[in-house]
Ligand binder design. Structure first.
Ligand SMILES: [Zn+2]
Length: 144
């Protein structure tokens, strides 16, 4: 199980929230998580996926075994594991969970004053956030 999993990066200075589609892959398939401060100098394309300075390193051989056992025919590449959501950011980027929580907290006083405005603000601020992620080049945001 790795629903809503929070994982610290290699250097421990940053963390990311991850999600696992269908709980198919155990969290250990993500062998290493690197933030922009501890990312390796060289990206191994066969095992790593870079995303805006962060790097996810997977055990692709073990992932392949899980995919084969579950009848998933795609090859277990880092790109497939990430893009198909089998072990990927929760939301669109590592900090999305906190951004979302802060946004809800900040707008909460509006709930009693003007619910319609609250919902409208929530929506428009989130859309603006996603647009910023997209402009910054975050991989999952490109697909939105
Ligand atoms: Zn780090």
């Amino acid at each position: 199980m790795c629903m809503n999993l929070r994982r610290f990066c290699s250097c421990g200075r940053n963390s990311a929230y991850l999600s696992c589609r269908d709980n198919l892959l155990p969290a250990e398939i993500l062998v290493n998580l690197f933030c922009p401060e501890c990312r390796p100098g060289r990206i191994r394309d066969d095992a790593m996926l870079p995303d805006c300075g962060w790097v996810l390193e997977y055990d692709v051989d073990r992932a392949q075994a899980y995919f084969s056992a579950r009848g998933i025919r795609s090859r277990a590449t880092p790109a497939f594991i990430f893009d198909a959501g089998y072990l990927s950011w929760q939301g669109l980027a590592p900090g999305d969970q906190e951004v979302n929580t802060r946004l809800h907290q900040r707008l909460a006083p509006l709930i009693e004053q003007d619910l319609a405005l609250y919902l409208k603000s929530l929506r428009s601020e989130w859309v603006a956030h996603v647009a910023r992620l997209k402009a910054a080049g975050w991989r999952k945001a490109q697909a939105t």
